[in-house]
Design a protein. Sequence first.
Length: 89
Amino acid sequence: MIHNFYKTKLVFQVLKYIQQHRQDQLNGLVAHSNNPMDSAWRMRILSNLAQYEYQFLEKMRNFESDCAEDYLIFHIFEFEIKALTDVNA
């Protein structure tokens, strides 16, 4: 088993990326607070981000590998988070 550094680094990167998207949605929620459709959409996105964050942490808690390259998959999670917060969804 390799050191937990790679796992911790990946978790930190993904949580930081989720937080950036969460803050963008919160800023948009405040800026467009008088538009009920936009507010409902942003609340749904915030809920989806929270669910994704929980599922990601569960996956990482149970994931163990001896190969350092397995932890260098941030771009996959980045793509999934972008899909969650996509305007056209």
